[in-house]
Design a protein around this ligand. Structure first.
Ligand SMILES: [Zn+2]
Ligand SMILES: [Zn+2]
Length: 681
């Protein structure tokens, strides 16, 4: 095991890095990036100094709403603020302040911070100055201000903060609107609650007229310029409690001893495994508490009686690093080997559902960074590319009385209408919904495999939609996939004897034009399938291209003469189809490959390579006649359709001059050779 050297940073540093790295991760869907950005909060705030009036010093106020500073009409302190009592000394308020502090201190933080709790406070008798307005404003103690929030001092902006609003209304403090909704004028006396939405800054000195989000950054910079405080960046990374009162999960390797306190299980005793004698009583709490064998343990330090931790870890703990174990599955002295982790990580391609966008993917990123910092992995990020696949959905059926029904248990027919097997009432064909057991709109792969084989099930699933999109299950689609594989099977059977006797050739030079065109389509398909799989995971379009190639080949081979003439090319094309299909339908592809007489296994054959030269379209020189006389020549690609060739002929300037405004009556096309335009006059 590599020496464990570094230290884990405070979570705010990780937040910064987790956010920054999002910018350089490639292939991560926007949806996921946005969700992670929302989960890790970053806000530009400010620390502003409000100078005390008539005495030394200033109150340092932390805020993330510096855009509302022109509306700060008082300052509120937590009762624990170091100057809370001192500020009132020598004023008429001293007694009231002392009393309020005593009363509030003993309330729980949660109760004090609660949104719906009664807002209470007391005037300290002291004042400070809002540096932006120059105004002298009172300093209050307020029960909802906590020391944890910034410095325990907040600038109170009643018009734009709900708690300040309630407080101001209760104690008759001024409310000043400094952010207006876009197309509306809000007056303080009309406010029934604080206006906390975005808007335009008003009565805010040089910042009036700005959008407040813009103002947030500008004011933070202005504070630094003026020396009134500084800009701050606050990160919010939500805490994650990892212990669960469940049987399944990884035991937390901790022992509690009355003499020694919390003692970690010594490394030699790891891993702690789950006991098998646990009764599941359903009465709540961790089931592991019910196992005396598990719970009672000797203290590793003093040898006295001790208790084992009976909570287990959230399964997310394991999903945050399991990929590292894959890099060294046979390593015994530690969870994973540093060198192997360095060799295999990061994971090149991760595929998962979007439901993992925040928790799992963020935790795995966080774990990797923390493991890096203690010297266990040499990478910053676990997954480079991310593909979030869509869901599979299917129509649902529902009886008013018997709720969701499986399509297979319905009676009746599509035409006459389906009925409930229990009450015979017509059932409602419901919405197409994400497949779920409870809605009974699932398809058992076992049934499909028994009926059509695994290859059909795979081909349909991959063909139905690109992986990032939702897929609507369709029984007709399954049939279609099955028909295609059946046609291919028959085709190979039909031509097997001919093909076995010849060598395939995809690069023959001397080919007649029509076979050259078929060769081009084969190479084009190889290129498309390779690109679709390799860069985009668009298996659906890859499969569609293979199907098209198969259609071209089977149409072209209808002609006996051409089949004989181009047999090497056709064999090459058929082999390409089988190899290109093999990742999607491995069983049938291997079987067909053998039928063509190959001894070497299909998975040992290299992926086909296309030739740029063969991709070039064949050009045709077409003679253009007007009323039977040669009037011009045009060059077109061989795969261009007749309609386009005729249009091209009519557009030709030379030809046009001979037409000279005459009305075109008819256009005759002789394939690959000429266009004759019949014009009147
Ligand atoms: Zn002990
Ligand atoms: Zn029913």
């Amino acid at each position: 095991m590599a020496p464990v050297g570094g230290a884990i940073q405070p979570s705010s540093d990780y937040a910064e890095e987790l956010l920054r790295d999002l910018e350089r991760l490639r292939g991560w869907p926007d949806k996921v990036l946005t969700m992670q950005r929302n989960w890790i909060g970053k806000s530009i705030g400010a620390e502003i100094l409000f100078p005390l009036v008539g005495r030394e010093g200033a109150l340092s106020v932390f805020t993330t709403r510096q855009d509302t500073v022109y509306g700060a009409t008082f300052v509120s302190l937590a009762v624990e603020h170091p100057r809370a009592l001192e500020l009132s000394q020598g004023t008429a308020q001293e007694e009231a302040v002392r009393h309020f502090i005593e009363r509030t201190k003993n309330l729980s933080q949660a109760k004090r911070g609660a949104e719906e709790g009664e807002k209470e406070g007391v005037f300290t008798g002291a004042y400070c100055r809002n540096p932006f307005t120059g105004e002298t404003i009172p300093i209050y103690l307020a029960n909802f201000v906590l020391m944890e929030y910034g410095s325990g001092a907040v600038m109170a902006v009643p018009a734009h903060d709900q708690r300040d609003f309630e407080f101001a209304r209760k104690y008759g403090l001024p409310v000043r609107v400094v952010i207006q909704p876009k197309d509306q004028r809000v007056k303080p006396e009309d406010l029934t609650e604080a206006y906390v939405e975005e808007g335009v800054m008003v009565d805010s000195g040089p910042f009036s007229g700005l959008n407040n989000v813009e103002g947030q950054e500008k004011i933070a910079l202005y504070i630094e310029e003026k020396g009134w405080g500084k800009k701050t960046v606050r990160y919010r990374l939500r805490d994650w409690g990892v212990s669960r009162q469940r049987y399944w999960g990884t035991p937390i390797p901790i022992i509690y001893c009355d003499n020694c306190g919390v003692v970690p299980v010594p490394e030699g005793d790891l891993p702690v495994t789950l006991p098998n004698d646990v009764p599941f009583t359903g009465k709540g709490g961790s089931p592991l508490q019910e196992s005396p064998l598990f719970r009672q343990v000797r203290c590793p330090k003093c040898g006295g009686t001790a208790r084992r931790e009976t909570d287990t870890m959230d399964t997310f703990v394991d999903s945050s690093w399991y990929f590292l174990r894959y890099a060294s599955p046979k390593f015994h002295s530690a969870p994973f080997n540093f060198q192997s982790a360095g060799y295999w990580m990061p994971v090149d391609q991760y595929i998962g559902g979007v439901e993992h966008a925040v928790l799992h993917l963020l935790y795995a990123r966080f774990f990797t960074k923390a493991l890096r910092d203690i010297g266990l992995v040499p990478v910053d990020e676990p997954f480079t590319n991310l593909l979030t696949q869509g869901m599979v959905s299917k129509e649902t059926y529902r009886c008013v009385e018997h709720n969701w029904l499986f399509p297979g248990e319905l009676i009746g027919s599509e035409k006459e209408g389906w009925r409930c097997p229990q009450c015979n009432r017509p059932v409602e064909k419901g919405r197409v919904e994400k497949m779920s057991k409870s809605k009974k709109n699932i398809v058992d792969p076992e049934d499909l495999i028994n009926r059509y084989g695994a290859d059909t099930a795979r081909l349909f699933t991959l063909f139905a939609a690109p992986p990032e999109k939702d897929l609507e299950w369709s029984d007709q689609g399954v049939e279609g996939a099955y028909r295609f594989l059946t046609r291919l099977w028959r085709f190979v059977g039909q031509h097997r004897n001919l093909m076995r006797g010849i060598n395939s050739n995809l690069s023959e030079d001397e080919l007649p034009p029509d076979l050259r065109e078929i060769r081009r389509v084969i190479h084009k398909t190889i290129k498309k399938v390779t690109d679709d799989i390799d860069t985009r995971f668009h298996f659906n379009t890859a499969i569609a291209a293979i199907m098209e190639l198969f259609n071209s080949l089977s149409a072209a081979t209808q002609d006996e003469r051409r089949l004989k003439e181009g047999s090497s090319l056709f064999k090459g094309g058929l082999e390409a189809i089988i190899v290109l299909l093999s990742p999607f339908v491995p069983h049938i592809a291997n079987e067909l490959w053998e039928q063509l007489g190959h001894v070497e296994r299909l998975d040992q054959i290299s992926w086909p390579i296309y030739s740029e030269m063969a991709l070039e379209e064949e050009k045709l020189l077409i003679v253009v006649q007007v009323n039977g006389k040669v009037r011009g020549k045009i060059t077109v690609s061989a795969d261009v359709e007749q309609r386009e060739i005729e249009a091209e002929a009519l557009r030709d300037l030379k030809v046009k001059s001979f037409l000279d405004g005459k009305k075109v009556q008819k256009v005759v096309y002789v394939p690959r050779r000429l266009v004759n335009i019949v014009a009147e006059g």
